[in-house]
Design a protein. Sequence first.
Length: 179
Amino acid sequence: MRSPVAINARAAMRCEIGGVERVARELVARLPALRPDRYRVIAPRPALAHRRGQAWEQLALPALALGSELVLSPANLAPAVSARNVVMIQDVAPFLGDWYGSLYSRWHRFLLPRLARRARLAIAPSEVVRAQLVDVLGAEESRTGVVPLGVDGRRPRPNAPARARRPAADNRPPARRPA
């Protein structure tokens, strides 16, 4: 039997680490470890992690995910033909300026609105981005949600000493003491 949720690991296969890759790697590692019966990872060969991987994501991934109830794509893009997408859209930067190459921007400007409108759920890292999914991409508000980023195994755990868990009163990091 197939797992109910297939995780699109294309971004997790990239050598460099940016924010999107970090999110993808964390989800690919943590979700199946927590619930191996619920999640399975689908990854292309590393050579398909970047531009050539667009075809893998659009053509091969939907076929590889057959039998899964959902396809979780943590790195902005997902298979456009799938009605099973849960897509994490980290930002709408290609719509707000010309910071990226024209081919990248055109592809994202073409695909992101379609994904946001068709996804079962479009997830944003903040309320600001969630509102942009609705206002800029045309996502249906009832099919958007917020999952804040920030899971890190190096952060203090609940059983850490109280002083390590307590934020500074003014939300600044504690001052460093001279050596």
